[in-house]
Design a protein around this ligand. Structure first.
Ligand code: FE2
Length: 285
């Protein structure tokens, strides 16, 4: 189960035992895309036990991934010139059906397509605009096309900071379909927020949400890693086709990837934690 760990080494065996204990006691973090925050919280708890002098600097290094409390969602209308938008739509329509991944139908009622070349080009072109709206220099991360259909919904969740910034572009839709955002909130560490799951009723969160409505060729820039967000089911079994362009602060590639933390911070105990975490709580594919 943990082939990558030499458990005959007493130091590694000790770290393994601590990691198991920390992860066993880690609360919730059961919502879509919660794995980063779960690993961050587990890392802080493990360091508190095995290397307490490193906790403050490790925690502070992630401040760049947190979002300023006064950030407000930006609505860009229109995002593209008419010809540019039509070209993008034509590329999407030309996608062969078999290119679409249907694995998120049960959870979201959507087919997805990761890293469509046309979206990658658009994402790079829009980097200066996103930097301006975000108030910081950003770099593109992943992107995907999301084709919601009759069963489309989006449970309440908070994204990983690899998507600190999301530019959500509406391509086509059968009707207006609000997306709801909380204000900027601190990253949940424990308690109620840490036990949010994909089945949580948003009303139970005790959070005020604000509706935003997109139309084709309009986009929203939001900070999904510090804003709870969700959508109810699409009305009347309709459809909504969206493109998600994700960005993170420039120069933060080592921070957004927990597998790099051990090397980035010179803390080998975090490599043990990462291995144990991935074995105990694998991401569903
Ligand atoms: Fe999200």
């Amino acid at each position: 189960m943990f082939q990558s760990l030499d458990l005959t080494d007493p130091l590694i065996a000790h770290r393994y035992m601590v990691a198991m204990r920390v992860l066993h006691e880690l609360p919730g973090f059961d919502w879509y895309d919660s794995q980063f925050l779960a690993k961050f919280e587990a890392a802080r708890q493990m360091l508190q036990i095995v290397n307490p002098g490193s906790v403050a600097s490790f925690t502070a290094a992630f401040d760049v991934l947190r979002t300023a409390p006064d950030f407000k969602v930006c609505h860009v209308r229109p995002l593209l010139g008419d010809a540019h938008f039509e070209t993008l739509l034509a590329e999407v329509r030309a996608l062969p059906p078999k290119a679409l991944k249907s694995r998120e139908n049960a959870q979201f009622g959507r087919d997805i397509f990761h890293d469509l070349p046309a979206l990658g080009i658009l994402q790079r072109e829009l980097t200066p605009l996103v930097s301006e709206l975000a108030g910081e220099e950003v770099e593109p991360c992943y992107n995907f096309l999301s084709l919601y259909h009759g069963g489309g919904r989006c449970p309440p969740h908070m994204d990983a900071p690899s998507a600190k910034w999301t530019l959500d572009l509406c391509l086509a839709q059968s009707c207006e379909w609000p997306i709801r955002f909380s204000d900027i909130v601190p990253w949940p560490t424990a308690g109620e927020a840490a036990t949010v799951s994909d089945e949580t009723d948003p009303a139970l969160l005790g959070i005020v949400f604000e509706d935003h409505i997109l139309h084709p060729n309009e986009a929203l820039l939001f900070s999904g890693s510090s804003q709870w967000h969700y959508r109810d089911a699409i009305p009347d079994g309709g459809f909504c086709h969206l493109a998600f362009l994700h960005y993170h602060p420039a120069g933060c590639a080592d921070l957004i990837d927990p597998a790099r933390w051990a090397t980035r911070f010179g803390l080998p105990e975090l490599a043990v934690l990462d291995a144990v975490f991935d074995a105990m709580r694998p991401v569903a594919q």
